[in-house]
Write a protein that binds this ligand. Structure first.
Ligand SMILES: [Zn+2]
Length: 467
């Protein structure tokens, strides 16, 4: 599903790999998400199915859909998109947050795959004129399984489908695998073990907030505490905790769920997402009863979470009483350690670093591409974080109704590390690139630690000289 953080690379990066041979392709066209033999096999299978007719090819079509799902999973894709246009459909994969074209399908080929997906999802292939979604699982080797979420919708040129692939094994990350520094994870663990109140994970859609929540849950299930979650939808099943699915039809919304949950005597309550006035008020009222409330919300950074809560009608007093920790996060792609290279910062990087009030280093890292990383230059993603554990000073600021910018300045004055600063330190070590950090941190705020003073100083000097 397209998200606010979706990034679409330039044409050179989304070159379709429909041709059987890429040996003659220029260097910039080698960015391909799948092996060329896969795209060749897909095309061959589709041609065979077409030649044999549907009746003889049911099994072949099923086999093809299965193989497509497995290969997409192998390539590290989080989503498969089939997008119809006038002359057929584009099959695309989202890998590490970026959508790549894979193959061009004729109308018939696209219909064959879409119908097979519908069969897997137990949906009627005849119904094409209303949006449908469904979920199923597919077994993988090694006792693992792949959770598949299908979303079908009619569109101008036919029917579009997105399949979200969730590898349950990859999701079950421990708290030390999220990308937190040792100091950050220790601070977070210490806080969650000892405090009451609300712990919020903040950021736009698709930045790994749910993974962080589940990593914390994974830790909590091993302690002597009761954990109950209210989710919409329940993303992954976690043994050892009680998970409640929001069900508006049966009047189980977030607020009803929270009320029912509190009667079940939990130590920790997880509210899937604070997304409106109701869920915000429910979370805060539960947090002041002595439980730990864990939830996610949309916000650009940690200080922005306070403004979001105020916008839902909560008073400074209510927020100060409930809020305990805010973790803001984003995901950055990890540079392939086999091929990354050093070079001097580009003009764009320099401009952005200056705008973010960060020092321009003499050398930065950049992606190259090799066999190990399928020529992407990157392998997987990791989190960058801002962790705000509130103290008495911070509560005074919230009670004093300071605005968001003043709150940020207050945090900076205490040495608080922002999202961009955390990402910057990771880019300097070659874990990611400055350019990657720039592209994921849209809406993030500049570092507040370096004085933005040169202009002022010049002004004063001029004034003195003139005076
Ligand atoms: Zn590489």
């Amino acid at each position: 599903m397209a998200t606010s953080t979706s990034r679409t690379k330039s044409d050179t990066d989304t070159t379709p790999t429909t041709g059987p041979s890429t040996a003659d392709a220029p260097k910039e066209q080698l960015h391909r998400p799948l092996r060329s033999d896969l795209t060749r096999n897909l095309l061959r299978s589709l041609t065979e199915i077409e030649a044999n007719g549907i009746a003889q090819s049911q099994a072949a079509a099923a086999n093809l859909a299965n193989r497509l799902l497995l290969e997409a999973h192998d390539a590290g894709a989080s989503d498969i998109h089939i997008e119809p246009h006038q002359n057929g459909s584009r099959l695309r994969l989202r890998i590490d947050g970026i959508v790549h074209d894979v193959i061009h399908l004729t109308k018939w080929q696209a219909k064959t795959i879409v119908n097979q997906f519908k069969a897997m999802a137990n949906l009627d292939p005849i119904i094409r004129f209303s949006p449908k979604d469904a979920r199923t699982t597919m077994p993988l080797a090694g006792n693992n399984s792949l959770d598949l979420r299908f979303a079908f919708a009619p569109c101008l040129n036919g029917e579009t489908v997105t399949v979200r692939l969730l590898d349950l094994k990859r999701v079950g990350r421990g708290i030390n695998e999220l990308g937190l520094s040792l100091e950050q994870s220790q601070r977070l663990v210490e806080r969650i073990d000892t405090v009451t109140g609300m712990l919020l994970i903040a950021g736009p859609t698709g930045v790994g907030k749910t993974t962080t929540v589940y990593a914390l849950l994974d830790r909590l299930k091993n302690t002597n505490s009761t954990v109950i979650t209210i989710e919409d939808p329940v993303e992954y099943h976690v043994d050892g905790i009680t998970q409640i699915q929001v069900d508006e039809f049966h009047h189980v919304g977030f607020s009803e769920g929270v009320k029912a949950t509190l009667r079940l005597d939990p130590d920790y309550v997880v509210i899937g997402e604070i997304r409106d006035k109701d869920s915000a008020h429910s979370a805060v009222s539960a947090a002041v009863t002595g439980r730990v409330i864990l939830s996610t919300m949309h916000s650009r950074d940690a200080a922005g979470a306070v403004s979001a809560l105020r916008n839902w009608g909560l008073t400074g007093h209510e927020i100060a009483e409930a809020l305990s920790v805010v973790v803001a996060q984003r995901l950055v792609r990890i540079l392939c350690p086999h091929c990354r290279a050093k070079s001097t910062p580009t003009a764009t990087e320099k401009r952005w670093l200056k705008a973010m009030q960060l020092p321009v280093p003499s050398e930065t890292w950049r992606p190259v591409g090799c066999e190990e990383c399928r020529q992407f230059g990157f392998t997987g993603r990791t989190g960058i974080f801002e962790i705000w554990t509130l103290d008495e000073d911070d509560y005074s600021q919230i009670l004093g109704h300071v605005d968001e910018r003043a709150l940020r300045r207050h945090l900076a004055s205490k040495g608080h590390r922002t999202l961009v600063e955390d990402g910057y330190s990771k880019a300097l070590t070659g874990l990611t690139t400055i350019d990657e950090l720039r592209s994921v941190s849209g809406g993030a705020f500049p570092s507040q630690h370096l004085p933005a003073a040169p202009r002022k100083r010049r002004g004063r000097n001029r004034a003195t000289a003139n005076g």
